[in-house]
Design a protein around this ligand. Structure first.
Ligand SMILES: [Zn+2]
Length: 467
């Protein structure tokens, strides 16, 4: 049997995941995600796929993050006619994420047109990659499969999803044909994280494609994060300030809500402290979390589900829907916690809350997520004293605290631990993807030291013929 592997995205970088596994002449595309980064370069790569969509026989989606699902509408628009396999909760999250992406693209272009008109220039000649009208053509192709159920995705080719513990519904996958087992980690999560189960062992495999985001890093322990959040919030409460938490809508927001719920239940925070979740996307994604108890770990089941209690709702918590309600938080006179998106402070309602509170020495900005270079979030995390918000300069007088325990990706120690259970004598090749150069080379060296042979950093567009 012939198997080959080609990575068309997230090879030597972290966004734009697109991995083609070819088994006996059939092309199986695993993820079709959006490239993010420098605008012009990313746009070019997002418009022009490096393969013919009509040549893809079947597709798989590992999880609902934009850099894994965001280009499926382009794939379908350009001739893909197969099914897209994913878990039930991934189908729901990806639908929200693709629609959100379509809306952002449309409003970005409207903004650029308005700017051009103000300068008396002709409107720029750009079209969105896709609009909301394109999304139903994608979702109609979704075919959902539960974890650990072996599905025949093409004649004689099987796929099984295993919980990756990365975000709700996330999966590592094993493709199987003629006794050969080909594994892909998807985005690999961490052990002992709240809400989600630990990454699951997929059984022995012959080939493994492994993500490498934190191949050069170790995370702080999650157990101390709860104490640190409690202490920081209490100090701010006593000063009479507000806690602003920029948080990703998928996963991080729900982890933070769940953490505050536990702190309230354990009476570690004052009963009159109000907590607001102010982001329409975060509210929608939290609804998906509520519907998919089958993805929860034992801890959240014991504490909440068994008592028929909603883990994402408690009396001090309020979800903000309308713009008016969001604006009314500006005039709030008492201490409060505001959890809002976007996670990297590049857009969304969090910008208003930052602008409104950044000059208040009693307030606190709590950084709980990864902040990419050249974002406002990174400048805040670096404790710069002056920042620009909506084009205006602000002195940063509010306090700043970084928490490094929250991460949805395994560090190198956790990745190697995940792989320990594989039978090394069976595993013939490991391909590293989804990482920057330093993370990739350090992880390759660590794997070689740990006794794995044939560890290769996948080069973009290179086809590796395996058997
Ligand atoms: Zn992800």
């Amino acid at each position: 049997m012939n198997i080959s592997f080609t990575s068309y995205g997230a090879a030597r970088e972290v966004t734009g995941s697109k991995h083609m596994v070819t088994i006996s002449g059939k092309n199986i595309l695993v993820d079709c995600g959006l490239f993010q980064g420098k605008r012009k370069e990313a746009d070019e790569k997002n418009r022009n796929l490096a393969f013919d969509p009509a040549s893809v026989d079947c597709a798989i989606l590992t999880h609902g993050h934009l850099d894994h699902c965001g280009i499926y509408p382009v794939l379908v628009k350009n001739g893909f006619r197969g099914q897209i396999f994913c878990t039930p909760s991934t189908a729901e999250i990806a639908t929200i994420v693709m629609n959100d992406s379509a809306r952002i693209q449309t409003s970005d272009i409207q903004y650029l047109k308005k700017k051009a008109a103000q300068k008396g220039l002709p409107p720029p000649d750009i079209q969105p990659l896709y609009t909301e009208a394109n999304i139903p053509d994608v979702t109609a192709r979704f075919h959902t499969v539960d974890y650990r159920k072996r599905a025949e995705i093409l004649p004689g080719i099987y796929c099984t999803f295993h919980d990756a513990g990365h975000i709700l519904g996330s999966a590592g996958i094993v493709l199987e044909s003629g006794g050969v087992r080909f594994g892909l980690s998807g985005d690999l999560g961490r052990s002992a994280m709240p809400i989600l189960r630990d990454p699951e062992f997929p059984g022995d495999i012959d080939y493994f494609v492994c993500e490498s985001t934190y191949g050069n890093r170790l995370h702080d322990e999650m157990s101390t994060a709860e104490d640190e959040v409690a202490a920081a919030v209490m100090e701010t409460y006593r000063r009479g300030g507000k806690v602003i938490i920029p948080a990703f809508s998928i996963g991080r927001t729900q982890e933070i809500i769940y953490l505050f719920h536990r702190l309230m239940d354990d009476k570690r925070l004052p009963h009159d402290l109000a907590i607001y979740v102010d982001s329409p996307m975060s509210v929608n994604i939290t609804e998906v979390f509520k519907r998919h108890e089958e993805c929860y770990d034992d801890d959240i089941r014991r504490r909440f589900v068994e008592h028929r209690e909603n883990p994402f709702g408690f009396s001090q918590l309020k979800y903000i829907a309308s713009v008016e309600e969001s604006k009314s938080l500006n005039s709030l006179k008492r201490p409060a916690v505001i959890i809002s998106a976007s996670g990297m402070c590049e857009s969304g309602r969090v910008l208003h809350h930052l602008a409104n509170n950044i000059g208040d020495p009693a307030s606190l900005i709590l950084v709980v997520g990864f902040m990419a270079e050249h974002t406002l979030g990174r400048r805040l995390a670096e404790k710069q004293r002056v920042v620009r918000i909506f084009g205006e300069e602000y002195d940063v007088l509010a306090r700043l605290k970084n928490l490094n325990a929250f991460s949805a990706h395994a560090d190198y120690h956790e990745t190697l631990k995940h792989m320990e259970r594989f039978d090394k004598t069976r595993l013939k090749n490991v391909f590293l993807v989804h990482g920057e150069d330093d993370a990739l080379s350090k992880l390759r060296d660590r794997m070689s030291t740990a006794g794995y042979t044939n560890v290769t950093i996948a080069e973009p567009g290179t086809t590796y013929t395996l058997s």
